[in-house]
Design a protein around this ligand. Structure first.
Ligand code: SF4
Length: 445
């Protein structure tokens, strides 16, 4: 819980020297509690008080990064239980397993399948962001070899999964420079695993079967010198897992219980592919920072990644595209010109249907603050004036020699006023952009 003004006051020198610009230490403490002043403004505060205040001001959930350079991912740093209270900060890291039982062609095939889990959706790139090497062989050598092979071929952050400190040390020796996440330390291996993690500068996963054990384990690992910790709750069922992760989130954010103030990692097992996808999506909702799947079926990942992208978008900000003229194909002065709004989903749906029509076209994107056609029209952000202004601003008259503008069928009602405002002929397009290919091929002239 954040410190109150009185809590802070107790840590100040209480000399009322005014060097901070405040008349009293109490006034300064109140300003500090409201984040209107910085502790550095008091030159008299002791080192001990500084450390206590810095610890109290630390975010309730630590941010953990692993991988490096282009492959680096981060998890944690969450501040709210519900997305609508603010937003979620670190999109769930979606990881795929590679077993160290694989070798030769089978290993290469698995690596290829993992690499293929990248997609374009609504103009955005989404994909698996980590690969988890599993020490299923029981051999430290095999583990180290597969870790090396994966590091050399897959451009993703790595998670090293082994219960054996010897295998973990062998894996870290090969790929430690890429700062993998080490998963993980159990009660009986905490000391050895923490030593490996500390020496390699890698974050470490604490694994236990109950919240209480996890809290004890994270404290033990921290005391051994590892600050970057991720928590795995090994619960018997998905319901237990969701319940446990929700309790952990409440304890870390609402009670600022530091031993649980870390992001979480969940393994969804190696069951049927669709079930893995459903479990991973549930866990991404509440509240797993990293999910590890065994399947490499693309049809499992696309909906999972789409859900993650939606959960982690900022609810205050609609996803927008830049308002301007987009050329689809290689349009010329005789090509059709149409407009839509800068709501990302609306634009990319239209773009994909125009591409499907194979009729090179111009799309004028009108700035409606990221709202869809009907929402913008009903909120008066899309009207004859805003469209005419956008046409002028983006100089569409220089792009085409005809004076025809195709408008979305849903706002056919604005045709008359738009013709008056622009002196262009307005052609009413279809209501659904899926009908646009037919329209462009048969109606547009
Ligand atoms: Fe108190 Fe420090 Fe301000 Fe002096 S500078 S009044 S000691 S808070």
């Amino acid at each position: 819980m954040a410190l109150t003004g009185l809590d802070i006051f107790k840590l100040l020198p209480k000399t009322n020297c005014k060097k901070c610009g405040m008349p009293t230490c109490l006034a300064f403490a109140m300003q500090l509690a409201q984040k209107r002043a910085k502790l550095e403004a008091c030159p008299e505060v002791s080192e001990e008080a500084k450390q206590k205040l810095a610890a109290a001001a630390a975010p309730p959930m630590r941010k953990i990064a692993f991988g490096n350079g282009d492959t680096q991912v981060q998890t944690g740093q969450e501040t709210v239980l519900f997305r609508h209270d603010e937003k979620f900060h670190s999109p769930t890291v979606v990881a795929v397993t590679v077993s160290d039982k694989l070798a030769g062609a089978a290993l290469q095939e698995r690596i290829k399948s993992v690499e293929a889990l990248q997609f374009e959706r609504v103009g955005t790139h989404i994909g698996a962001t980590a690969v988890a090497v599993l020490n299923e062989s029981g051999s430290a050598d095999s583990f180290a070899q597969v870790c090396s092979a994966v590091k050399d071929s897959v451009g993703l952050a790595m998670i090293l999964v082994s219960d054996s400190p010897a295998a973990m040390a062998a894996g870290v020796q090969r790929v430690g420079q890429s700062r993998p996440l080490l998963a993980g330390a159990r009660a009986n291996t905490a000391e050895a695993m923490a030593k490996i993690a500390k020496e390699a500068g890698c974050p470490l996963v604490a694994r236990a079967g109950s919240i209480e054990e996890l809290a004890d384990l994270s404290e033990k690992i921290k005391a051994a010198g590892v600050e970057d910790i991720v928590l795995t709750l090994d619960a018997p069922t998905l319901v237990d897992q969701l319940y446990g992760l929700s309790r952990m989130r409440v304890l870390s954010l609402k009670k600022v219980f530091r031993p649980l103030g870390y992001p979480t990692l969940s393994f969804v097992g190696n069951g049927e592919a669709g079930r893995q996808g459903a479990m991973a999506t549930s866990l991404a909702c509440k509240y797993s920072g990293i999910v590890v799947l065994d399947t490499v079926e693309p049809w499992v990942f696309l909906p999972l990644l789409t859900a993650v992208a939606n959960i982690y978008s900022d609810p205050q900000k609609p996803v927008q595209v830049e308002p301007k003229v987009y050329a689809i194909g290689e349009p010329n002065e005789d090509s059709p010109l149409m407009f839509t709004t800068n709501f990302s989903l609306t634009y990319y749906s239209l773009e994909s249907d125009v591409e499907a029509s194979r009729v090179p076209s111009y799309i004028l994107v009108v700035d409606t603050e990221g709202t869809s056609v009907l929402t913008a029209y009903s909120g008066d952000k899309l009207n004859e004036k805003t469209v005419a202004q956008a046409m002028q601003k983006h100089e569409v008259a220089n792009l085409v020699k005809h004076r025809k503008l195709i408008i979305p069928g849903y706002v056919a009602v604005m045709s008359g006023k738009l013709e008056e405002a622009t002196n262009w002929e307005v052609m009413v397009g279809p209501r659904e952009c899926s009908m646009l290919p037919k329209y462009l091929q048969e109606v547009w002239k």
